[in-house]
Design a protein around this ligand. Structure first.
Ligand SMILES: [Zn+2]
Length: 72
């Protein structure tokens, strides 16, 4: 059984393995619009994708928030 811990088990196409492989999520940078993650192939370590994940759903009304506020 794969040890995915609490991470999502995503499959992404890896250009090196030339097939969809399980990826690990790695926090790359914290941007004002969200946290940017790299998806790294769990087989060969190639970055096969990235994604910006918002901490909270975007509010329709302008809601002032500190740009780099992160809480876990
Ligand atoms: Zn790979």
């Amino acid at each position: 059984m794969a040890d995915f811990d609490r991470m999502e088990a995503n499959l992404l196409f890896c250009p090196k393995c030339r097939e969809a492989t399980p990826v690990r999520k790695r926090l790359l940078i914290v941007l004002p619009e969200g946290d940017k993650f790299d998806y790294v192939c769990s087989r060969c370590g190639t970055v096969s994708g990235d994604k910006i994940e918002r901490e909270s759903p975007p509010a329709l009304g302008a809601m002032p928030a500190p740009p780099f506020a992160r809480q876990r």
